[in-house]
Ligand binder design. Sequence first.
Ligand SMILES: C[S@@+](CC[C@H](N)C(=O)[O-])C[C@H]1O[C@@H](n2cnc3c(N)ncnc32)[C@H](O)[C@@H]1O
Length: 163
Amino acid sequence: MRRPVAQFYSGVDTEEELTDTAYENAKKLLNLGCSVKTGVDATRLADSIGKRQFRTIIFQFPNVASRDPRYGQNPNHVLVTRFLKNARNHLKPDGLVVISTVDSPFYEGAFKMDEAARKAGFAAPAIYTFDPTDYPGYTHQNTANEESAADGHTAFATFVFSS
Ligand SMILES: C[S@@+](CC[C@H](N)C(=O)[O-])C[C@H]1O[C@@H](n2cnc3c(N)ncnc32)[C@H](O)[C@@H]1O
């Protein structure tokens, strides 16, 4: 059996709900030999990938597009905490979980990455500058529409979580 060079799991959108850009990207990835899966809930990974384990699991710019508190917490903190707890079960030994976000006090206050890491059993994450211009053609997308989630922001960070 040919092993895919990488697996790409899109967010909760089903194939029919993919934006044109996402659909075109998925086609390009398939042509490169990647495996692509839609309708993946990052807080319930086993539903989509069973017991599979990976060296690196990445969620670029997680966002629930809501500010309504959940369990008294910012919903984006709840999302990343649940994602980290879930991803932990799918990591190979010494595996990494990688999350990029806008780098601003507002976003750090929303995600509270150190606290999310602690709750999920990870060490405090290493933080790197994420510069979209390092990746020609890269854009990232708003949760609610096809516009870029980077608009109006100039600083981005990548958080790398390891046990
Ligand atoms: C700001 S957009 C970023 C989209 C894309 N990752 C990018 O970098 O362009 C936030 C994404 O998080 C996804 N999302 C929110 N909750 C999710 C969950 N529980 N599981 C999977 N994806 C989720 C949304 O559907 C949306 O696509």
